[in-house]
Write a protein that binds this ligand. Structure first.
Ligand code: ARG
Length: 481
């Protein structure tokens, strides 16, 4: 959204004279016809920058499409096997150039799709002009985004698992360390650092389940849908899907294009869930690192100082994470809002879902990385945690002690309530040892958390290896993402 604002500002400066009036503009020749340059600038929008993120995906998708075209029974053949290899070699070169930051998309290209076609045509002549046979930029951008999303989801899952593992380790290392449990932010009952830490781990593990659901829905290939209605060529869509390592093609060609935006919104909604997990963790840390609490200390190098107050070391990372929760939710809402009024078939509005999609993914990943690093270096202050206990925190335990001696709970509750002033502090360590039931302070199954992290990591590695294998085979290179 910020990038959109910047582009708008730049464009309005570029196009308007000092009097603010738009000057007469020239028409630009593009691959798809002559376009007024103001219109070209306006419609290309942020694509010239954003599509740089999609160059690899576009090369991979094009390689699969061309391979499929070389194998289908059309006479004369669209591509011979040798011609297909020549196109793929060139696509490999473009991919490498893009990875080295040396591939540019010009305004006359409009987007990554026509930029790559331009380069292929410049290098290969007729062969370059054939690559767009039986496809449209609509299914092309849809497959690019799904390939991009696949890599991002695998990355995100890895980062969420890393933080879940860090929180589980923190829990294990502090299994017997008491911490006041709060409700309404007020002291409530004896709890532990382990309960607190693994609550965050479990939230992230549930987010991983959501990310995997998003992965499964994303794992269908839209290529071959063309403009939205298929083409009169015997396209082998199952082959294209297989070459790209998708589980299957999206069946309906109209839905293949209608699903654009829906997939992005779905993925961003799982990002919002991840960010909600991080938001709670960030908020807890802000509170519990205040000197008045002092339960935890963040690594000094994770804070920033003040330009005027020499003593300051502020928890900027967690504050920015809190702000970025709002930004990711805003990205999700931007995509949902753009899609909510769209009719069937491709609509150019969809282009504007790209910015928030890329931003939401990148922001979520950056926040996960920063939080994992910070939590791995956070110190637990046992004395400050112990100081947090007041007698009232043990009131419920006391009432339940009376229940143990045969008193009905409501009478025990009333008795303790009437004698709050006489309540003794109990030993918090003993109190947390007594809660032995499933999931309570003495009933936490660390091994189960570790097993879940391990299983998800194996799933993730298999997906990443499969993805790299499919791309490497397709392009005849060693692809490592
Ligand atoms: N840049 C466009 C997008 O992101 C590519 C598709 C353009 N398709 C079209 N029919 N104009 O949606």
């Amino acid at each position: 959204m910020l990038t959109q604002w910047k582009t708008n500002m730049r464009n309005s400066r570029r196009k308007a004279g000092s009097d603010g009036m738009t000057k007469a503009q020239k028409t630009r020749r593009t691959t798809v016809g002559a376009i007024d340059s103001v219109v070209l600038d306006f419609t290309a929008g942020d694509d010239l920058q954003l599509d740089r993120m999609l160059v690899s995906a576009d090369c991979i998708g094009t390689a699969a499409h061309v391979t499929m075209l070389s194998r289908i029974p059309v006479r004369p053949r669209i591509f011979s096997a040798a011609e297909c290899r020549a196109v793929i070699r060139e696509l490999g070169a473009i991919l490498r150039a893009a990875q080295a930051g040396q591939f540019t998309i010009s305004l006359d290209d409009q987007d990554v799709h026509l930029a790559i076609e331009r380069v292929l045509t410049a290098k290969l002549g007729e062969l370059g002009k054939k690559v767009h046979t039986g496809r449209s930029r609509n299914d092309q951008v849809a497959v690019d985004l799904r390939l991009y999303a696949r890599e991002q989801l695998i990355g995100l899952i890895g980062e969420a698992l890393e933080l879940a593992a860090v929180m589980t380790r923190l829990g294990r290392a502090n299994v017997g360390v008491p911490m006041v449990g709060r409700t309404h932010m007020q002291p409530a009952m004896p709890s532990s650092v382990a309960l607190w830490a693994t609550a965050h781990a479990e939230s992230l593990l549930d987010d991983v389940t959501l990310l995997r659901a998003a992965y499964a829905i994303n794992d269908q290939c839209p290529l071959g849908a063309a403009a939205s209605y298929g083409v009169p060529l015997p396209l082998d869509r199952a082959l294209t899907a297989r070459l790209l390592g998708f589980a299957r093609p999206v069946h309906n060609v109209l839905y293949a294009n209608n699903a654009r935006g829906k997939i992005e919104a779905l993925i961003l909604s799982t990002c919002s869930q991840v960010m909600l997990s991080l938001s709670r963790l960030a908020q807890d840390l802000m509170l519990f690192t205040m000197p008045e609490f002092g339960y935890f200390s963040l690594p000094a190098e994770f804070g920033t100082g003040s330009s005027i107050m020499p003593q300051k070391n502020n928890p900027d990372v967690v504050e920015l994470v809190r702000a970025r929760v709002s930004r990711v939710v805003a990205c999700e809402l931007a995509v949902v809002d753009i899609c909510k009024s769209l009719p069937s078939g491709y609509n150019r509005d969809l282009q504007d879902t790209k910015g928030p999609f890329l931003e939401g993914l990148a922001t979520t990943r950056a926040c996960l990385r920063a939080m994992a690093l910070m939590m791995a270096n956070t110190r637990v202050n046992r004395e400050a945690l112990a100081r947090g206990f007041s007698a009232g925190v043990f009131a419920t335990d006391k009432a339940l002690e009376l229940v143990g001696r045969g008193m009905p709970f409501r009478d025990a509750y009333q008795y303790v309530k009437d004698h709050l002033a006489e309540l003794d502090t109990m030993d918090p360590a003993e109190s947390i040892r007594r809660k032995t039931h499933l999931g309570a302070t003495a009933g936490l199954d660390f091994a189960a958390y570790e097993a879940r992290v391990g299983a998800e990591r194996r799933w993730r590695k298999a997906r990443w290896d499969g993805h790299c294998r499919a791309v490497s085979r397709l392009l005849g290179i060693s692809y490592k993402g």
